[in-house]
Write a protein that binds this ligand. Structure first.
Ligand code: NA7
Length: 538
């Protein structure tokens, strides 16, 4: 192992939204010496890597921002309701420049290991460039959806065409013109990519394993008067999103779907459907996530929409989800997704009715005993979510324990921000925090500020280590599971439930409530106010 030559107060891994703000906060607010390592060539994290056709944010842009710099909120102008991936990268470059962040970020450098030394109480962090540095604090800002899930398809090496994963698309893009293309997967990514690829490709075959309930995004220009009003009300927006359930300005209907009359329900559903975005998912009847009967009413509405949009009834039936409740998988937002299946050059191959993918061949792929000839395969097969990026860091805590071993049966964390046996390690939007169930920047800012306050407290009180107790951690794990077990979420084979990857132990990865991100924020603040209850501070 290379010997450590430089020492930092903190090392931050990742320069996406989380790492950028963590650096800003520790360096400029606390005056600490910080090094950020980032595998990409520039800032952006998730938004640097996910450059597939149609990649854009599913949260409304006006809340998909940093709020720590009020002038940026006034200055920055988004061009549409949901910004595209290149536009988000431009935004993050603007933030990096304005706050002079890049001078402390080492790009094109991947962290390949970290070990806590129990005698000196510092972390040694190793990189793929052969470098090793030490730091008092180690902060994993590695993103929740950054570890690619590329299934081991039999025969992939035989395929003579080209293939890509959506989360590692070539920077120069891919020309699909005159090509026979396949998209494997129909999650939120594929739902964005499919309509775009279908416009260019000679022929597109979509391989669907599980149909999803999609709702319209309704992207477009935002009325300048609305933009103006929002800019004037940012203090209110910040307060409301921070106190909200999902970090969004969406509020559920305080009523059971079963109590509403059919006419009233239809009106409420229409309102949300017409508004587009996450309204149908996050601002629906309050029992939608709890009662199978209430959920069925919402699902039925979407089924009717699919049948109305897709012209071929047999294709429509294949696109209608079976076997999971509405909203229990991540809501994909649709812009011409269902309409795309009306095009002559688009074919849907559904694992349930047409047969599952068996293998890749020289000429394409075989599914349900039939070979499909292809030039390009696009795998939109998602991520080893939340735990994947952290387990890959090769972190060693007290007594030689390894994080991937500690989490062999699923995540164990305290508040989703700390792990027993791993002192001075913090995980921004880590497993068992609200994270992916919220508008990410809201949760990122909350975690960054909490960690920053904690380190400030440590320095001011002359303490050097903070570590979750096993007892507090296991109570938190039980609490996370108790809450989600009250909902329908656990019944789905979703990536939230770790069920998208063979062999990944079934466990709910984020933290749901009971009062959403607002309540969680209060819990974290109370822990700090009680002298970091549940932690050993020494
Ligand atoms: P998702 O939501 O995990 O979707 C991946 C898709 O790929 C989904 O339809 C999967 O089917 C399918 N898949 C995964 N493995 C296979 C195999 N082995 N064979 C066939 N099909 C497969 O990932 P996304 O990238 O769309 O979205 C991830 C998040 O990024 C999204 O939720 C947003 O938060 C941003 P399945 O449903 O598992 O049966």
């Amino acid at each position: 192992m290379a010997s450590a030559t430089q020492h930092f107060d903190a090392v931050v891994i990742g320069a996406g939204f989380s790492g950028m703000y963590m650096l800003k906060s520790l360096r400029d607010t606390l005056g600490l010496k910080v090094r950020v390592y980032e595998a990409g060539e520039t800032v952006g994290g998730t938004w640097y890597w996910n450059r597939y056709p149609g990649a854009r944010c599913d949260s409304d842009a006006y809340i998909y921002v940093f709020t720590f710099d009020k002038q940026m909120l006034q200055e920055w102008e988004w061009s549409e309701r949901y910004p595209t991936q290149p536009e988000i990268l431009r935004y993050l470059e603007y933030v990096a420049k304005r706050h002079d962040l890049k001078r402390d970020i080492q790009f094109s450098t991947r962290v390949i290991g970290g070990a806590f030394d129990e005698h000196t109480n510092v972390w040694t962090v190793r990189t793929d460039k052969g470098e090793a540095v030490t730091a008092r604090y180690l902060i994993a800002a590695v993103g929740s959806l950054s570890h690619t899930n590329m299934p081991q398809f039999k025969g992939l090496e035989k395929f003579k065409g080209t293939w890509y994963h959506t989360s590692r698309f070539p920077k120069e893009g891919v020309d699909f013109t005159a090509k026979r293309v396949a998209v494997v997967g129909t999650g939120a990514t594929a739902v964005q990519a499919i309509p775009e690829i279908a416009q260019q490709a000679k022929h597109l075959t979509v391989f669907q394993r599980t149909a999803n309930y999609c709702v319209p995004a309704r992207n477009g220009k935002v009325d300048p008067e609305v933009v103006k009003a929002r800019k004037a009300d940012y203090d209110g927006i910040i307060k409301r999103t921070r106190e909200s359930f999902f970090g969004q300005e969406h509020y559920s209907i305080p009523k059971s779907a079963l109590e509403a009359t059919p006419e009233e329900r239809e009106r409420e559903f229409d309102k949300r459907w017409d508004a587009g975005g996450f309204a149908f998912w996050l601002a629906n009847y309050q029992d939608m996530f709890f009662s199978s009967e209430a959920n069925e009413l919402c699902a039925d509405y979407i089924r009717r929409k699919i049948r109305k949009t897709v012209k071929d009834p047999a294709v429509a039936e294949r696109l209608i989800p079976q076997g999971h409740y509405y909203g229990t998988k991540r809501q994909p937002l649709d812009t011409n997704y269902y309409e795309t299946f009306n095009k002559d050059n688009v074919l849907l191959v559904d694992a349930k009715t047409d047969g599952a993918i068996e293998e890749m061949t020289e000429q394409g792929l075989r599914a349900g005993g039939k070979e499909y000839a292809l030039d390009i395969i696009v795998f939109a097969t998602g991520f080893d979510a939340m735990t994947g990026p952290l387990k890959a860091l090769n972190l060693q805590g007290r007594g030689g324990r390894m994080l991937d071993q500690e989490w062999a049966d699923g995540p164990h964390s305290y508040l989703g921000i700390s792990v027993a046996g791993f002192p001075n390690l913090f995980t921004i939007t880590g497993p068992q925090s609200p994270s992916v169930l919220s508008n990410m920047p809201v949760s990122i800012e909350q975690h960054v500020e909490w960690v920053s306050d904690c380190i400030d407290h440590m320095n001011k009180t002359g303490k050097t280590t903070i570590e979750a107790t096993s007892q507090a951690q296991e109570q938190w794990v039980a609490h996370v599971n108790d809450i989600v077990n009250l909902t329908l979420m656990t019944s789905a084979n979703s990536w939230y439930m770790s069920a998208n990857i063979p062999g990944k132990p079934r466990a709910f990865l984020p933290y749901l409530g009971p009062e959403g991100v607002g309540g969680y924020r209060k819990q974290c603040d109370e822990v700090a106010a009680k002298g970091y209850e549940g932690f050993v501070v020494a």
